[in-house]
Ligand binder design. Structure first.
Ligand code: PEP
Ligand code: MG
Length: 582
């Protein structure tokens, strides 16, 4: 039967990772298929039981394959996420009950499994313990995978995708986004999310052109549709005309050429025309990204987000962490590696920490708050960082700090850990710098006081924007209000830079703003000399740095600080940057 061509549609969203991707859509459907109430005849019962067991086995193999792929591309820690699913899949109770329904009530395998899981889900929902309740999402994941296969639907786990696939989903969890780094995935489109939601950040660090906040892409696009993801303009073309396709194909060719040109220039210094050196550092999520960072000319890691180590089924041990951090520190030496202590909470939930549901997770138990309340977890991480530091230079960075009391408590724990290591005769990096993320407005407003007690500042403009403007960074509905160019945010950045300068401590920026070529002249003009960004964006940002003069950038920044709205700032930059960048 000839396939009918579906009509052309253009969907608008938010540009979340630059570049253009052209491919066939794979729509990640949520929910489970409808299960009809059918019975099997008595003589089919054993065959049905076998069909069920075979399916469990196949799904298990799929999960293991994905696990191996993730392990190869992103390391063993991340691959642990799948252990929870395997554990559920192999649960003897679920297997026993399903088989009983098939054998004793002549239910079909799909019906039997669906009934069993309904009961299991009910049980999980009623559990008070957050750790166990969190496993509900694993139960649902398994339910979907097994039922799709049993009902004859094609299970397309990410590892079975065809080449040149564009993933279309309602939303992605950070733990799912890490699976996208496979060569077959070319782009990403989501209904929800914002440019600084963690799934977007991960997609950007993997160099996947991404459009988020389309609201309805997962309903409007069907698997198999031809899709163009324009991650520069924030639009998605579905089933494009031949002419649109031609235009974008030549854009992709130019993109490839541009990457080649930039790569040839990667060893040039990041120095302005008036000879001011700017350090370009890498933000990384996993040790596997270090090579990409070095290849793109990074002069150190400005922020290693360690959360990925904690999203699995158990907490990483101190030894596992030592191994991971050592890999990074060694590979980067003699450049420093800033290791951010774990920033769980918000949209990054751990399976293993007991916490109750919160109405406002981004304002709740997150980052340093969790660490200070969970000393065993915090101390193991601090010990691991200090131990890895002997192979080069590690620095510690505390996330989500809102008051000096937290810095003091963290310092006290750090001293305790140093003393313990000393007593135990374990080699460790004796002097380790301790910095704070400036991502809660209170820290920027009190930067002078903080500067007396910390060794450096790192501006987290993703959260600083969210907390200053009271706009959730991951909600598409309010994404237009989320504006890191808002003068209020710029003033907090300027205050932090000034305090750092007065007190003689370095200030860097590791929010996504540092990777935006339009923002770079403004940031340099505000006095920032250390920019930490996704490795893939470093060459482009270096081009901007090399094209500007610091003195002109300073004038530009001073002018922007006087403007009244983010839109005016953007407009000023759009006019001025092409003029001053030569
Ligand atoms: C930030 O908030 O700007 C930041 C860099 O941290 P994260 O995006 O991990 O919250
Ligand atoms: Mg943050």
């Amino acid at each position: 039967m000839e396939k009918k061509t579906r009509p052309y549609q253009k969907l608008a969203g938010i540009a979340a990772a630059p570049g253009v991707a052209i491919g066939r859509a794979f729509v990640r459907n949520e929910g489970v298929p409808d299960i009809p109430k059918r019975k099997v005849s008595a003589h089919q019962v054993e065959a049905e039981a076998e069909r069920f067991l075979n399916t469990l086995h196949q799904v298990g193999e799929e999960i293991r394959r994905t696990q191996r792929l993730v392990e190869m591309e992103h390391g063993a820690e991340l691959a642990m996420i799948f252990e929870a699913q395997l554990f559920m899949l192999e649960d003897p109770e679920i297997k026993k009950q399903t088989l009983a329904l098939i054998r004793e009530h002549q239910c079909t395998a799909d019906r039997a499994f669906s009934v069993t899981l309904k009961q299991a889900k009910k049980m999980f929902e009623q559990i008070e313990n957050e750790y166990l309740r969190m496993r509900l999402s694993d139960v649902m994941d398994i339910e979907q995978q097994v039922l799709i296969r049993l009902t004859g639907g094609e299970l397309r786990a990410l590892n079975t995708l065809r080449a040149n696939t564009v993933i279309v989903a309602h939303d992605l969890l950070p733990s799912e986004a890490v699976q996208l780094g496979q060569r077959r995935v070319k782009g990403l489109v989501t209904d929800g999310g914002g440019t600084t939601s963690h799934a977007s950040i991960i997609a950007r660090s993997m160099g996947l052109p991404t459009v988020v906040g389309t609201e309805s892409a997962s309903r409007q696009i069907a698997s198999g549709d031809m899709v163009i993801v324009d991650g520069d303009q924030g639009v998605v073309h579905v089933n494009p005309t031949a002419q649109i396709l031609r235009i974008y194909r030549s854009q992709v060719q130019r993109q490839v050429q541009r990457q080649r040109d930039l790569s040839a220039r990667r060893s040039l210094p990041a120095r302005t025309r008036d000879e001011h050196e700017i350090s370009l550092l890498a933000n990384i999520d996993a040790p596997e990204e270090v090579q990409q960072a070095l290849d793109n000319g990074a002069r150190g890691v400005g922020m290693y987000r360690t959360e990925m180590l904690y999203l699995g089924y158990r907490l990483p041990s101190e030894e596992e962490q030592v191994a991971t951090y050592t890999r990074i520190v060694e590979a980067m030496a003699p450049y420093p590696v800033v290791i951010r202590t774990v920033d769980l909470g918000g949209d990054k939930l751990s399976h293993v920490l007991e916490s109750s549901p919160e109405a406002n997770p981004f304002l709740g138990w997150r980052g340093i708050r969790i660490c200070l309340d969970t000393p065993s977890l915090f101390k193991a991480q601090l010990r691991a960082v200090l131990r890895a530091g002997v192979k080069g230079e590690a620095q510690l960075l505390l996330p989500m700090v809102s008051s000096l009391a937290e810095v003091r408590r963290a310092r006290a724990v750090l001293s305790e850990v140093q003393e313990e290591l000393h007593q135990a005769g374990v080699p460790f990096q004796e002097s380790c710098k301790l910095g704070v993320m400036v991502e809660v407005p209170s820290v920027a407003l009190q930067a002078d006081a903080f500067a007396e007690e910390v060794d450096f500042f790192s501006l987290g403009t993703n959260d600083l924007t969210q907390y200053t403007l009271a706009v959730d960074r991951g909600t598409a509905r309010v994404a237009e209000l989320y504006d890191p160019f808002h003068p209020a945010v710029l003033r907090l950045i300027a205050m932090t830079v000034d305090s750092g300068r007065r007190r003689g401590i370095p200030v860097s920026i590791c929010g996504e703003l540092a990777g935006d070529p339009l923002a770079v002249p403004l940031l340099v003009g505000l006095g920032l000399e250390n920019l930490s960004l996704s490795p893939g964006l470093i060459p482009e940002v270096k081009e901007v740095v090399r094209a500007i003069c610091q003195s002109e950038a300073q004038e530009l920044a001073a002018g922007c600080l006087e403007l009244k709205t983010g839109a005016e700032v953007r407009q000023r930059l759009e006019e001025a940057v092409p003029r001053i960048a030569q």
